[in-house]
Design a protein around this ligand. Structure first.
Ligand code: UDP
Length: 354
């Protein structure tokens, strides 16, 4: 009887999952979650905005393989996907500041890179969860943005809109590959996800303001500060991503994953100062000074999370106050232990394929 499993499925291989962008902020939390679920995980990351430090806590795990490479390289994508059952596609050029400064790079990675991942997934018969963004809704200020809400975008010649444009194309590619080539793909649209390991270097407001509050500097609030967002905690979002990926009803569908509480950026700044007991003040900075002349912001962005709630029970419950405290603790520990772009010595390493 040797070789016969005692329990059904006991001898079946663990799920092998590729996470593109796995060394990034959301990606690294997802990798930890997947390892906890028992997956073998392959990370493909070009370490441009991600960091080996983000994976320091799991780098020694024998079920984790880390590849330093770009989704723009088809060979690299193909080799990373060898033997994988599913792919979480997070690799992207992200951050409004970065997109405004380097639109060409953003377009290439977000459009050509994504198509490389989707075509490789078809070839390797892997399912895909594609991570998209609430940016696709653009300037639509609807009370609650539903997945089928209209997109309201500005002049395509303004670099600010290239991110929304590219991610919209990505979603259209995913749907077309699903309908025409049988790709098993679902999409999540993240709304201002926040938490430890997010860096303010690429413009994200919460870590940026928390860092300023910790240093006693003025908190830079852009525009009049009355624009609103709904911040969602990464630990609420990541498990929902995995449940959506697994659910056959999600195939060819998109799901909002956002926070429940709408807050203006001015109020966010006050809440950060209060929570951290900081002596900082708030400074209003004109948009053209913060970004570029002609920059257009979203006045309001509020998700309707009903679709994800009905499918997988998604319910954001982590409070903004606790997220602010955890982000502050994380930023302090990074400052203490050095630059977060520097790989930790002896903490496992990325295999370079480029
Ligand atoms: N913002 C700000 N100060 C900062 C960074 C951002 O006031 O230091 C504003 C930004 O103009 C936007 C909001 O905060 O209105 C959220 O910006 P973020 O880049 O985090 O995300 P977005 O929702 O724009 O994608």
């Amino acid at each position: 009887m040797s070789g016969v499993p005692i329990y059904p499925g006991a001898a079946s291989a663990p799920t092998r999952t590729l996470v593109t962008g796995g060394a990034g902020f959301v990606g690294s939390h997802l990798v930890e979650h997947l390892l906890n679920l028992g997956d073998e995980v392959v990370v493909l990351d070009d370490l441009s905005t991600g960091s080996a430090r983000n994976l320091a806590g799991v780098a020694g795990n024998p079920r984790l393989e880390m590849i330093h490479g770009s989704i723009l390289n088809t060979k690299t994508v193909g080799s990373a996907m060898q033997g994988c059952d599913r792919v979480f596609h997070l690799a992207a050029a992200v951050g409004v500041k970065l997109i405004v400064e380097q639109p060409l790079r953003g377009l290439r990675i977000n459009i050509h890179g994504t198509e490389n991942v989707l075509t490789a997934a078809i070839e390797h018969q892997a399912s895909v969860l594609m991570v998209s963004t609430s940016e696709v809704y653009g300037k639509n200020t609807a009370d609650r943005l539903r997945e089928d809400s209209d997109r309201v975008l500005g002049d395509p010649l303004l670099s600010r809109w290239t991110y929304a444009g590219a991610k919209g194309i990505d979603e259209a590619f995913a749907k077309a590959y699903c309908d025409q080539e049988g790709l098993d793909v679902s999409i999540v649209r993240l709304f201002n996800t926040v938490g430890p390991r997010q860096t303010g270097r690429y413009g994200m407001v919460l870590p940026n303001l928390v860092g300023q509050a910790l240093r006693g500097q003025p908190l830079t609030v852009f525009g009049d500060g009355e624009q609103t967002r709904c911040f969602s905690a990464v630990e609420d979002v990541v498990p929902a991503m995995v449940l959506i990926e697994r659910d056959p009803r999600a195939r060819g569908q998109a799901y909002n994953l956002g926070g429940a509480r709408e807050i203006s950026i001015r109020d966010l700044a006050s809440e950060i100062i209060r929570t951290l007991d900081s002596r900082s003040t708030v400074e209003l900075v004109p948009y053209e000074q913060a970004y570029a002349p002609g920059f257009e912001d979203m006045r309001r962005r509020v998700p309707d999370n009903t679709k994800a709630h009905d499918l997988v029970g998604y319910e954001p419950h982590t409070s903004l106050t606790s997220t602010i405290m955890r982000v502050a603790a994380d930023l302090l520990s990074r400052e203490r232990y050095g630059s977060d772009t520097m790989p930790l010595a002896g903490a496992g390493s990325f295999r370079g394929v480029l």
